[in-house]
Design a protein around this ligand. Structure first.
Ligand code: UD1
Ligand code: CA
Length: 442
């Protein structure tokens, strides 16, 4: 995608005290992706040439994590206006400045594009919304001609201004030519003693510049300040994902109980029963059936496989076409070949199964000796009898069979049977004698 000439400044240095957490607010996740990285991907989709992240001095881990950004540090959290100014070195007077908040992660590409379009006629474009509950958002004050004259913070607002329902999302696009001048004029004479970015609207008007507001949907502009709002944002994100997959031809038997990550990929024709969880890194090809109460992370499921109910598919797993994974089966870092079946009560870890392998109920791969992990290789057509332990490292050759109840510690060659049971002994009359000893029968 071609880059557009735009500097974005993403704010994330605020203390986030209302989260009551040691983790920086912008690193809290929605759909398994930190909020600020939702903004990162948005900016990549918009084609923004330069992304600058503003953080506080103690956020080194966050800076290390956010490699797609240039970084600037706001030494003290003196307000959103002050925060943008800490990126002054990047503001060169020729490029427009788009300010986004790391705690407002769900804004869409289309909305940013609408702002860029409005910028052609105005020096300052603020993104506003009409939320059902205007709560403590800043209020956008428009004049009769429909121009934006100022933004008043909730704490500063008069009773009449609090009744205004047009609210500030925080996102603003500034004509690069005037950006530094506007930002440097902001002062901290207000209820909180902070440098409010929102003051630039009034300042712009005083300087004879033109400001307007573009409207976005409140659902994409939710600002997250607490865990309650984080949960609301997660809900909005999940609803979006559910609609996306339903529209792509995925059947969700009970959409509200299917949980997606930001990067979940599911092709059309799949059927997903209730209570299914997709962690990060999951790809599901077409016509897969996922039965109720299954859990997936970092795995690839190929066409027409059937998984669950009650299956757990862990990272590094690839399940081939038409394979069947049944109830209470856990699979980790393994390849399951085409048409193979692991139908009941098994743990398969660090294993490679060929095609048409059948794993009997209760089979466990013993892949760990307390120090290292070892591989189990089961070639095409292998049949493992129920309740067997396969002690790795282990290779079982093509079409070999393991007798039920075996503990297999040595390799088995092609077409062999491996069995470790002791021979069965039937003791005549012993059951009757046993019961008699307990005086249960005469
Ligand atoms: C801000 C807006 C308000 C708007 C609301 C939308 C101001 C003054 N107010 O209020 O009009 O309705 O967002 O959600 O802008 N930050 C810094 N450095 C600071 C202070 C904040 O980087 O010194 C960052 C925070 O990490 C956060 C963002 O700026 O990502 C917004 O700060 P926050 O304190 O949450 O602002 P609100 O009170 O929500
Ligand atoms: Ca906020």
């Amino acid at each position: 995608m071609s880059k557009i000439k735009l500097i974005s400044v993403v704010l994330g240095a605020g203390k986030g005290t209302r989260m009551k957490s040691a983790k920086p607010k912008v690193m809290h996740e929605i759909g398994h992706l930190p909020m600020v990285q939702h903004i990162e991907y948005l900016l990549e989709n918009v084609g923004c040439a330069k992304k600058v992240f503003v953080s506080s001095p103690d956020m080194q881990d966050t800076r290390d994590h956010l490699t797609a950004f240039d970084h600037t540090i706001q030494k003290q959290a003196l307000g959103t206006g002050h925060a943008v100014l800490s990126a002054a070195n990047y503001i060169d007077g020729t490029t427009d400045v788009l300010v986004l908040y790391g705690d407002t992660p769900l804004v869409t590409e289309q909305t940013i594009k609408n702002m860029i379009t409005a910028r052609k006629d105005y020096d300052l474009v603020v993104l506003g919304m009409h939320p059902q509950d205007p709560a403590q958002y800043g209020r956008l004050i428009m004049d009769n001609a429909g121009w934006l004259t100022r933004i008043v913070e909730f704490k500063e607002a008069t009773k009449a201004e609090k009744k205004v329902t047009f609210c500030n999302s925080g996102i603003v696009l500034i004509n690069g030519k005037h950006a530094l001048d506007l930002l440097e004029t902001i002062n901290n004479k207000n209820a909180k003693g902070e440098y409010y970015l929102t003051d630039i609207v009034e300042i712009a008007n005083q300087k004879g510049l033109k400001a307007t507001a573009v409207v976005g949907d409140e659902k994409e502009l939710i600002g997250v300040n607490s865990c309650v709002e984080l949960a609301e944002a997660e809900h909005i994100f999940q609803t979006r994902q559910r609609h996306k997959f339903l529209n792509a031809g995925v059947t969700l038997r009970d959409p509200a109980t299917t949980y997606f990550s930001y990067d979940t990929k599911i092709d059309g024709g799949c059927i997903i029963e209730p209570n299914v969880f997709f962690g990060p890194g999951v790809t599901i090809e077409k016509d897969v059936t996922i039965r109720a109460n299954s859990y997936f992370e970092d795995c690839h499921i190929k066409q027409k496989a059937c998984i669950g109910p009650f299956a757990r598919i862990r990272p590094g797993t690839e399940i081939a076409e038409q394979a069947k994974i049944g109830n209470f089966v856990e699979i980790k870092k393994s390849k399951i070949g085409k048409g193979s079946k692991v139908s009941h009560l098994s743990y398969i870890g660090d294993s490679t199964l060929g095609e048409n392998v059948n794993i009997g109920a209760g089979t466990i791969t013993c892949n760990y000796d307390g120090y290292n992990k070892y591989q189990t290789i089961l070639e095409d057509g292998v049949f493992i009898g129920s309740n067997s332990s396969l002690v790795a490292p282990l290779t079982i050759g093509k079409n070999a069979i393991v007798g039920a109840g075996s503990s297999i510690t040595k390799n088995i060659n092609e077409d062999e049977i491996g069995i470790t049971r002791v021979d069965q002994k039937n003791i005549k009359d012993a059951a009757r004698r046993f019961r008699k000893s307990k005086r249960l029968i005469d």
